[in-house]
Design a binder for this molecule. Sequence first.
Ligand code: HEC
Length: 144
Amino acid sequence: MGAAEVQMFSMMLMLACGTTETPEEPAPTPTPEPVVEEPVVEEAPPADADNSAAVAKFNATCAPCHGETGLGDGAAAAALDPKPASFAEATFWAERDDAHIMKVIKEGGASVGKSPLMAPFANSFENDAEIEAIIAHMKSLQTG
Ligand code: HEC
């Protein structure tokens, strides 16, 4: 056999093999039964009953000045003048509404005629709801 013939022969072999081989049919995938999910009726947003995320945030972000109990006695408070007011006092809350508190937290003390040492914290929060949760925690520090 000449070289050309050998080549031809092997090509024919390859072709022959190719045609005799029966490609394996993939097993038919069973059509899944549609899963009918019972709608979950949620009365309230996911429970965070103890407001723990807001407490952690307050302790990390605000407590250095305001103190974990909101008395205005955080580690950094010694250097502050004026000192942060005490969130524990009922009079603090009696004199200020939520809109005011929200504004102070977002835009800083200077936005309501208070000290600029109370910085704007809008960038520390994802949304108003997160700030409202912090305010709820601050109110819970009220002792009388
Ligand atoms: C660098 C220190 C510092 C940090 C941190 C800080 N504050 Fe203050 N904050 C102050 C000072 C000082 C005042 C008092 C301003 C004044 O009375 O003029 C104040 C006042 C306030 C007031 C009262 C404003 C008013 O009407 O009397 C609120 C509410 C408040 N801060 C919320 C927060 C919250 C919430 C955080 C955390 C997200 C926070 N602060 C973080 C220093 C700080």
